[in-house]
Design a protein around this ligand. Structure first.
Ligand code: HAM
Length: 452
């Protein structure tokens, strides 16, 4: 007797999901719009492994970030190496840039990538453990126009997908010099109020004061209002960068909001950081990521809080951190799961792929073989056809042809197989004509041309 299969075995692991054929057209459409836009702006595709040496992420993402502290899927190989399923793409791109000597190519190097990333997060709306991103990186250019270009690219993709009320939130976390000064200021401010801080923030004061601005506890959020602001502590160079970026966005007609508390969850950023939201009437609203725990606005089932569908920023120190020649860089990634989720919620329309308009019907072993060969003739002619060659009854094959709304059924019975002919039946009217098998592709092609 076979053993009973436990129910859980037939569920996807927590935080993961299948992309079913009903949803695949959304994914295909988003991928195609993103790829098309990336190609237009001169980006080339790169694919890196789904896992990397653990050390790569430890060195680049920041010791005290959530990803490093609690979200990595790490494992030891039989040979004793420690590997990690990639939680994000930028570290791998930086590694590939150095490994393949891309600094000798004409700069900047513009790359795009798409795929799965893995973070051990608490699953909730739009938050998965296996997530999908479409990312862009521009390496080897320090001009702030490239920061604007990455934002332009992501904004354009969202517009092309049909989103409205897109909110771009931007901030500058300054260069190293500004950040070091700001960190000191923050420490002084928070040390004076140390006892009122939440447990995590008490730790953050010592380990990573910038992340204090990101806390979701109500009291810490209130305190943040009085805290010194990064934008006021920017060095002249960083201030200039930020103003120029805003000018590019203004001139480019990209609406934005300055969010002085946007710090992002990765430590490699310098200067520009940004996040994009959709379905956001007021782009300054708090996002799920920086929402208050106990105060308004509260999420309700029919009015969920906006979640970032994309994020990124500049990371001028990352390549050097990995031992490469200092190389300025900027990039960002779209969260595909969230984009598809929002498209479905908003019922956004897009051109669907045409289903084949011709259906092959056969009866008898000889006709089945001829149909099998005919299928290849249609493929060579670039004309999609449907079939149900596993079925032997003409009736059931015609029923399927009707269901899939074919315009023509091509019927090959025993007689036709012997004569080298085929019956072309117009499904709507039931009118039929017999043509030679060798001419059928051309005949159907010209009939379809005249039909809508
Ligand atoms: P990130 O903000 O961590 O940035 O992720 C980018 C986007 O991926 C987010 O805005 C969100 O839409 C989506 N995302 C992140 N985590 C999840 C999750 N658990 N479930 C579903 N979607 C998620 C990065 O990953 C950087 N590497 C982006 C970048 C590229 N910066 C510079 N270059």
């Amino acid at each position: 007797m076979s053993k009973k299969i436990p129910k859980e075995l037939l569920q996807t692991p927590k935080g993961t999901h299948d992309i079913l054929p009903v949803d695949a057209p959304y994914w295909d459409h988003v991928m195609s719009v993103a790829e098309h836009t990336a190609n237009f702006y001169g980006f080339n595709r790169i694919a890196t492994p789904h896992f990397e040496k653990t050390e790569l992420f430890l060195r680049t993402l920041g010791e005290t970030t959530d990803i490093i502290e609690k979200q990595m899927y790490s494992f030891r190989t039989r040979g004793g190496d420690s590997l990690t399923l990639r939680p994000e793409g930028t570290a791998s791109i930086a590694r590939a840039y150095i490994q393949h000597g891309m600094q000798t190519l004409p700069q900047p190097v513009k790359l795009y990538y798409a795929g799965s990333f893995f973070r051990h997060e608490n699953p909730q709306r739009g938050r998965y453990r296996e997530l999908h991103q479409f990312g862009f990186e521009i390496l080897g250019e320090e001009d702030v126009v490239t920061d604007a270009l990455v934002i332009r690219l992501m904004y354009t993709i969202l517009v092309e997908l049909g989103f409205q009320n897109i909110a771009v939130q931007v901030n500058s976390i300054g260069d190293e010099e500004s950040r070091a000064a700001y960190r000191k200021e923050l420490m002084v401010f928070y040390r004076r109020r140390f006892n009122s801080l939440c447990k995590d923030c008490k730790r953050r004061v010592k380990e990573n004061p910038l992340r204090l601005l990101d806390c979701k506890e109500m009291f810490c959020i209130q305190l943040r209002e009085e805290a010194p602001q990064m934008l006021k502590s920017l060095s002249e160079a960083s201030k200039k960068r930020f103003t120029t970026l805003l000018e590019f966005l203004d001139d480019g007609g990209i609406p934005y909001f300055i969010n002085p508390y946007l710090v992002r969850g990765l430590d490699y950023y310098t200067d520009t950081v940004f996040e994009l939201f959709v379905n956001c009437l007021d782009g300054s609203v708090s996002s799920e990521e920086n929402a208050l725990e106990d105060t308004t606005p509260k999420e309700t089932p029919d009015k969920p809080l906006p979640i970032a569908v994309a994020g990124g920023g500049r990371y001028d120190g990352l390549i050097k951190l990995l031992g490469g020649k200092p190389t300025p860089a900027v990039g960002g990634a779209l969260g595909l799961d969230r984009i598809v989720m929002e498209m479905k919620t908003l019922n956004l329309q897009f051109p669907k792929k045409h289903t084949p308009r011709v259906f092959l019907v056969q009866l008898g072993p000889a006709a089945k073989k001829k149909t099998f060969a005919l299928l290849e003739e249609f493929r060579k002619a670039g004309m999609p056809v449907s079939e149900s060659m596993g079925k032997d009854s003409i009736k059931s094959q015609l029923r399927i042809a009707e269901k899939v709304a074919s315009s023509y059924a091509l019927i090959l019975g025993q007689k036709e197989a012997l004569d080298g002919t085929v019956i072309v039946r117009e499904m709507e009217t039931g009118m039929q004509e017999t043509v030679f098998l060798k001419d059928v592709v051309e005949t159907v092609k010209s009939k379809l041309k005249g039909k809508k």
